[in-house]
Design a protein. Sequence first.
Lengths: 344, 344
Amino acid sequence: MNHNKRATIKQVARLAGVSTQTVSRVINDRPDVAPETRERVQQVIEKLKYQPSALARSLIQQRSFTLGVVTAGLKFTGPSRTLNGITNKAEELGYALLLEELLQFDTDNIKPLLENLLARHVDGIVWAVPEVGNNHRWVDEILNDVPVPVVFLTMQPRPGVSTISVNNYDGGVLATQHLLDQGCHQIGHISGPQDWWEARQRKQAWQDTLKKAGVIVAEAHCAEGNWSSSSGEVAFEQLLLSYPKIDAVFVGNDQMALAVLQIANRRGLRIPQNLAVVGFDNFAESAYFWPALTTISQNHHEVGCRAVQELVSQIEVSRRDEKVEPQHVLLTCELVVRDSSVVP
Amino acid sequence: MNHNKRATIKQVARLAGVSTQTVSRVINDRPDVAPETRERVQQVIEKLKYQPSALARSLIQQRSFTLGVVTAGLKFTGPSRTLNGITNKAEELGYALLLEELLQFDTDNIKPLLENLLARHVDGIVWAVPEVGNNHRWVDEILNDVPVPVVFLTMQPRPGVSTISVNNYDGGVLATQHLLDQGCHQIGHISGPQDWWEARQRKQAWQDTLKKAGVIVAEAHCAEGNWSSSSGEVAFEQLLLSYPKIDAVFVGNDQMALAVLQIANRRGLRIPQNLAVVGFDNFAESAYFWPALTTISQNHHEVGCRAVQELVSQIEVSRRDEKVEPQHVLLTCELVVRDSSVVP
DNA sequence: CTGAAAGCGCTAACAC
DNA sequence: GTGTTAGCGCTTTCAG
């Protein structure tokens, strides 16, 4: 690496014997430049390997073509697949991304982070942090002071704010109904942490679906984990004690379901004959669990894509000084049937 | 969201009855401001919710406190854990991140991407794309034109370039030696795609370790996958045919190892009695496979952290117009012994 | 078709 | 202590 400075528009102008404005016209493909002049300027540009400064442009045009992305838990598969969708769509639409990661899901100290993004003149923000505890309280308090559009992912819909989420409730219904359809009647649940909106939705769906089918639901039929496999292990042990007659379990995510499978295997519980298992997420490895895991597929990638799409369209609208109409998007899940729930 | 414009330093100055210079001094905590003046300015700043523009600062200071990050395959666990380390360290050191994702690992069309980052005046670049095929050819061709320091992750060390990688060769030795230590003699290998540097290192270590132990190695003892579980399935089926006497297998990553476990379970092969299995990665779920997977732990997070640390220190050095000395860091792996390789 | 002047929001260098 | 001037790299506006 030789660390030369970058060439400036001034240097190009001087070397081409024109004014900076003419160079500007060339790099912006304006029509009103004489062909020969354009040619000459082009050659100097290539010779100096000149690249216009997006920074200077952002400053004068009051527009940076940069989006802020705030995420959390990148080491987990969901958030990183969502980010994957965000980067793909942003690239497609010609926006750069400024990335920030919260150290914890339930921080509400987000001001410095937000100011960091705004100081860099992002045109809009994707808030890709799921709703946990009170971590979205700031929305009511300071969102009004944010001078650019914001789109929220995986957040309980609320008026005046755009949200894009997966329909976790429907997913929970699909899972529970599937177990009922297999002839199971003692259907337990291992939930995610109940301060997570998604976890509450899935649990509620489990309860409602069972009630609707005339099955009695008790708190003893449910145990709570924290999404990790090790917490799934603990929760399942507990569930086996509090609900000995259990013949099926809807597990809040695939990681915890994996632990359920391992314990069942270790104890000689046959799956699905003695215990049918359904997970949630359809993460890349679920098809290779032992036995292969029936699960609910949610499209994290699509959530990210839609978020960027929606955000960019809001940016366009607000640039025209029109009023932004908040949207609430709920993406549907799909049931993926595998060996862990269906007797051959 | 009401989309007010942001306040400028000029507005603050006027309202406080001082010059912009004085405001500048206040927001930069310079000592030479009268206490009362400082107080008055502070109040106006708060009243207007003024935030200095990092963009304008970057322009004049020729320094953006922003790093470019180029990644690929965010939907996989390795790259996203590395990114996790990068964001953590960058935040700690006060740098923002501009994120780009390659759509494929082996693209060599990286010029537009690079120019995008440079146009936004990044102070340095973390190239977090593993070396695959010829995807690093550009390093020899155009790295010289890049005016800022670049640090490469997971790349074969080469002179004049800073690299940070995990020692895949040592990891492969650990895995193979462990299987030898368990008394296995027919040790097969399922490798990653051989255009990946990491995959070649692991395979080479397997070969060398066996030879050193006096065990004959044949190409029939190895099958190649593409890192995915489904490719692991195919490779293992093939290996069972080409190497029927196999009593142990070192699998190139945990995803493929998961498929090996599933097939073994399905066929009634006992693990580890009939077949000992060792994976590579120690990804979050390996401990809950059935049986729990022995594997090589590599610290992706640490790779990301070290990369940012090294990059920032290079930025400091090159700002002082000193010569940057390229570093080659090789992080060590660890063997994590679980049920898939050790007879109880 | 082309250029001169002004300014985006900020700070460095110098004056007073 | 504080203000003035100049300028980071670019585009907008207006003259010619």
